[in-house]
Ligand binder design. Sequence first.
Ligand code: NZQ
Ligand code: ZN
Length: 386
Amino acid sequence: MKNFELYNPTNLIFGKGQITKISTLIPAGSKVLVIYGGGSIKSNGVYDQTIAALKGFEVIEFAGIEANPQYSTLLKALEVIQSEKIDFLLAVGGGSVIDGTKFLSSAAMYEGDSPWDILANRIRTVKGMPFGTILTLPATGSEMNSGAVVSRAETNEKLAMGGPGLFPQFSICDPSVVASIPERQLANGVADAYTHVLEQYMTYPTEAHLQDRFSESIMQTLIEVAPRIMKDPSNYEVAANFMWCCTLALNGLIQKGVPTDWSVHMIAHEITAHYGVDHARTLAIVLPNAYHHQFDKKKEKLAQYAERIWGISTGTVEEKAKAAIKKTETFYQSLGIKTRLRDYTDDYQGFAAKAAQSLQDHGLSKLGEHGDITPQVAEKILEMSY
Ligand code: NZQ
Ligand code: ZN
């Protein structure tokens, strides 16, 4: 097992009716900017609960953070933070709103020329403006981690950022919010969280038995809850299991002491940057072929996963490993997620080379647990995924 430090200061508050607690979590006298997306919180009651709970605080709102939060929109929010002298940010939404808020937390304290440099130059944020979140969509784990991803449509870029200063001070996770989530976003949430686990698990054996079991238990639970939550998102108990899985899939715990991959995410971000395809769906396009390409290096862990998750107990290591890749692709498809790029666009010829160039330009040239996924390898994986 590798050495590790486990630091996670987010106060995670889970369960029914917890939104009322924000009044005790935000420092008294704060001027709060409530940040949200396209309006789902207005129709499902979360907005009303939030505003009611903020009684006594001076509150300004910024609406319109889009899915895959856009830099141009975030700059407008930054102006509001500065002109209104905001001192606390409250994200109310899914991963996009929370990530956008993390960018704002960092940009509000940034002293360089252009806040885009935080992303382009991968500047780690050690101190950001304090913020909390009210999660409305289980998927990304952003509510309990210190990473964020921001897009810039003008330049077809989608880049990650992070740092120890970007953990939310608190996150309210009330599974009741799941009831209003459309099927497409439920499927995305399951697929994203499942893939987060795989990115931290599907490497090579390291005798990290507990971490393997943590990861396997999250995947097994997601497989169990997926059809039930898609059928009835208003089932609170199923929603609670779904939400907790998504948080634990990416709050840092399961990656401690083990190698991690993350190449699937980095390659897949290029698809969203170019075509606007939902994040989770881009993962389903890339992952099967990334594993086919890296087969010899991943086959032992793939075979363990085949046995423990999919119950495949016969055959050679190679046969089990191949069957496990197929099972994973079929799992994405069972959620209604298509797994080829051509399912999303007709204009895919030449994309792999462009994506490879973009990875190169952003210094993402040694991806994967072995650092052997160069832009050329990523190009090949994407061509296999057409
Ligand atoms: O904008 P509104 O109207 O709120 O609608 C949203 C949005 O259209 C809707 N929604 C959210 N909660 C709802 C709801 N609709 C009904 N009822 C509710 N309770 O869902 C749509 C998608 O929301 P979005 O926040 O974009 O989805 P998600 O949580 O999947 O976030 C995706 C973003 O997170 C990034 C992705 O790259 C993408 O930009 N990621 C962030 C990570 C992190 N910070 O750790 C890791 C992930 O790998 C991922 O990269
Ligand atoms: Zn993801």
